[in-house]
Design a protein around this ligand. Structure first.
Ligand code: NAP
Length: 275
């Protein structure tokens, strides 16, 4: 089976390339997913069995004022890839997000719950999901990604803790952190599953404050983490009230959703080594 990865320059794309060394890994320069001719040329040149589309506009706050750019990649680009795959009988998986939900359900969101995007980024991903499903592709939603070589909350906490800075983290938003390498393994397993909507997230719920405490504990430093309300951490884009995704559907397929804690310890060590 030949897997082709789009968006291979991102943190998930790099994890997919690590997990599937024989895969064709195309970053944005090699294949812009918004360019139907480039996508078609890549499929013709490499004749993959399956495509995992990890390309995305992921700047959640910037998307509020940059709607067209977010929709171009997350909605239009998603549809371009899924339709090009469908036309050639190639399986496709589109990676999506907990931000397609506003978190108001009062329980973990299931795959068939109606979407209610929390912000422009979430709306762009929900539009991408619709385009992908209309073309017969699969959608895999995930949450709170972290990577040993990535960006975002976990490296920010590592750097702040090592610099001895005051750390504050929101303690009224719950979610499931997910290691990119665990997500990559699940995505590769889902290539052979019926094309459907799936949730993949690390086992174990926590808050951003709980995650920050776990980072500090993994570093072995004595730095306090102050819990704060989300109202005290304003952001351009509203965040989901809860990011809890139910993973029962993939678990029923026998796909593992490991605890995020061991991978977090490895990621924190790698980030701290890099400085
Ligand atoms: N990060 C999270 O916490 C999180 C949580 C839930 C879901 N997700 C989803 O998980 C997936 C992977 O996220 P990630 O964290 O790996 O994101 P990332 O690190 O930002 O990677 C996204 C990659 O897509 C590339 N890209 C942007 N526009 C493109 C285009 N037109 N054509 C081809 N490539 C393009 C980016 O290239 P440039 O760097 O050149 O822009 C980047 O390399 C995304 O679908 C995201 O929505 C992420």
């Amino acid at each position: 089976m030949t897997i082709l990865i789009t968006g291979a320059g991102g943190q998930l794309g790099r994890a997919l390339a690590r997990a599937a060394p024989g895969a064709i890994a195309l970053d944005r320069a090699a294949c812009d997913v918004t360019d139907a001719d480039e996508v078609a040329a890549a499929l013709e040149a490499h004749a993959p069995t399956a495509v995992i589309n990890a390309a995305a506009y992921t700047a959640v706050d910037r998307a509020e004022g940059d709607r067209l750019a977010a929709f171009a990649v997350n909605a239009t680009g998603a549809g371009v890839v899924a339709r090009a795959c469908a036309a050639r009988g190639v399986r496709s998986i589109y990676v999506s997000t907990d931000h397609v939900f506003d978190g108001a359900l009062g329980r973990p969101a299931r795959e068939d719950d109606p979407v209610a995007p929390a912000n422009v980024y979430g709306a762009s991903k929900a539009a991408g999901e619709r385009a992908v499903r209309a073309a017969g592709g699969a959608v895999v939603r995930t949450s709170w990604l972290f990577a040993p070589d990535g960006w975002g909350f976990v490296p920010a906490i590592v750097r702040a803790a090592l610099a001895g800075e005051q750390i504050r983290a929101v303690d009224d938003r719950v979610g499931r952190p997910t290691a990119v390498d665990d997500l990559a393994a699940a995505l590769l397993a889902l290539v052979a599953a019926p094309p459907d909507v799936y949730h993949v997230a690390g086992a174990g719920e926590t808050t951003w404050h709980g995650l920050a405490c776990a980072v500090v504990a993994a570093l072995g430093v004595d730095v306090p983490v102050e819990p704060i309300a989300s109202a005290a951490w304003p952001s351009a884009a509203p965040r989901p009230r809860s990011s809890r995704l139910s993973t029962a559907r993939v678990e029923a397929l026998g796909i593992a959703v490991p605890s995020w804690r061991p991978a977090l310890a490895r990621a924190v060590a790698a980030i701290a080594r890099r400085g």
